[in-house]
Design a protein around this ligand. Structure first.
Ligand code: GLU
Length: 446
């Protein structure tokens, strides 16, 4: 059996860490099983869906390294959904209801007051043809509900184990709105059937949905996919991320300079039994992926952890992979420069700061009381700087000025880089060169 999975975003926004994690679970699983990955664009909501978001989602997936075997739009398949809806109507499984949303609201309020669950009362099922006609003549358009069996639906979830949803506790789901448009439930099932989807992998907010959808599957097909519902992502404080998702979009993370593989490493490992380490290819991530490693607790996403992992990813990445990234930032090939700064940056664009400090004009900033010391240091700096220069030079300065520790080193760092911390000075001063170092030791603002 070929594994076929789909990732089904709605093009009503860009991808964020939450839906990228769902995409990853599908993609990594498919890759590991040598199956097919389908990108389904859930654009049945034609008002909120835009082409720009669809393009953005595709750009995000490509950037992350998650290509697809096939893509299609639900908005192109309305006639298919209609045809199958007609079949359900013929079978008496899709029935018209004429309540307005205000009436339904009132009904639910009443049920709540009576201490009953707010489940639809199935009044639509009781209507005679004459009553339906009367509603139609009064200008009401029906919405259509799927008739649930009232039985318990069971499945073996790849993450959650044995699951059961008692459909008698659910309202018959509306599949078609009064204006004739489809809600998500039916198109998703129809597509999963037509595309021979073998595994439906999605967030656990869809568990109840799955209970109802399995009944729709049963009504339309003799095959039901295997389900995996993954725990949702929460922030490090344990709270939902919904309010922050805009700032956690791939568009944002990319513009901040985060690496796609660092993002994929983190999102595929949090909430699993694996340790969180950067990986350098998607195929390694897929070979390590298994549903059995995913825990039931929500996965905690922490921006700081992502930055740290990104830094570790860059530090461990071979120089030949770093070179093109630096070139993109306008930094010409310099392995020494990279060796110097690799442990001091968390994102590749921070290399620009150090490049400018080392290769462009920078004015140091020191305390007025360190002025003479820095002037003297400039005089004592040899014109040829080698690996030992820093040690020898600072040893001489130590004796001559009777300074040690912070008093000795900080003014030099401040005059030479303009900053209080950064890469190893013994190496930095080699790249800086003697002339520039001397000039900075004499030309600072104090
Ligand atoms: N468009 C749906 C969503 O983003 C897809 C859910 C599913 O995978 O079935 O929630």
């Amino acid at each position: 059996m070929t594994v076929i999975c789909r990732f089904a975003p709605s093009p009503t926004g860009r991808l964020h860490v939450g839906n990228v994690r769902t995409a990853l679970m599908n993609w990594l699983f498919v890759r590991e099983k040598r199956g097919k990955f389908i990108l389904r664009i859930d654009d049945t909501d034609i008002v909120r869906s835009t082409d720009a978001y669809e393009l953005g989602i595709k750009e995000d997936l490509n950037w992350l390294g998650m290509g697809w075997d096939y893509t299609f739009n639900q908005s192109k398949r309305f006639s298919r959904y209609k045809a199958l809806a007609e079949n359900l109507k013929k079978d008496g499984l899709l029935y018209p209801c004429y309540e307005t949303s205000e009436e339904l609201d009132r009904q639910r309020k009443l049920q709540r007051v009576q201490g009953k669950p707010p489940v639809y009362n199935r009044a639509g099922l009781e209507l005679t043809n004459a009553q339906k006609l009367a509603f139609e003549n009064a200008g009401r358009k029906p919405h259509w509900r799927f008739k649930l069996s009232g039985e318990t639906v069971n499945w073996n979830d790849m993450v959650r184990g044995n699951q059961s949803v008692d459909t008698s506790s659910l309202s018959d789901p509306v599949l078609i709105r009064g204006d004739g448009t489809f809600l998500y439930t039916l198109p998703s099932v129809v597509d999963d059937i037509d595309e021979n989807i073998t595994h439906v992998i999605r967030g656990e907010d869809h568990v109840t949905n799955s209970g109802a959808q399995i009944e729709v599957f049963k009504a339309l097909s003799d095959r039901i996919p295997i389900f995996a519902h993954t725990p949702l992502l929460v922030g490090k404080d344990g709270k939902g991320l919904s309010k922050r998702l805009g700032s956690l979009s791939m568009e944002q993370l990319k513009s901040q300079g985060l690496e796609p593989l660092a993002i994929c490493s983190l999102l595929s490992k949090i909430g699993t039994s694996d340790s969180i380490e950067p990986r350098f290819s998607m195929s390694v991530l897929s070979s390590e992926f298994s549903f059995s490693k995913i825990g039931r607790a929500p996965a905690r996403f922490d921006d700081t952890e992502l930055e740290m992992l990104n830094g570790k990813f860059l530090t461990d990445l071979p120089y030949e992979n770093i070179k093109p990234k630096l070139l993109e930032l306008g930094i010409t090939d310099s392995k020494d420069f990279w060796e110097l700064i690799r442990n001091n940056i968390l994102k590749i664009n921070e290399a620009v700061l150090w490049y400018d400090i080392i290769f462009k004009e920078v004015q140091g900033q020191i305390n007025a009381s360190d002025k003479d010391f820095c002037f003297g240091a400039a005089e004592m700096l040899p014109s040829d700087i080698t690996d030992n220069t820093w040690l020898e030079w600072t040893n001489e300065l130590k004796v001559k000025y009777n300074r040690k520790g912070r008093d000795l080193f900080m003014p030099l760092r401040q005059a030479l880089t303009g900053l209080n911390k950064g890469p190893e000075m013994a190496k930095l001063i080699i790249l800086l060169g003697s002339d520039k170092a001397k000039a900075r030791l004499k030309n600072f603002s104090a």
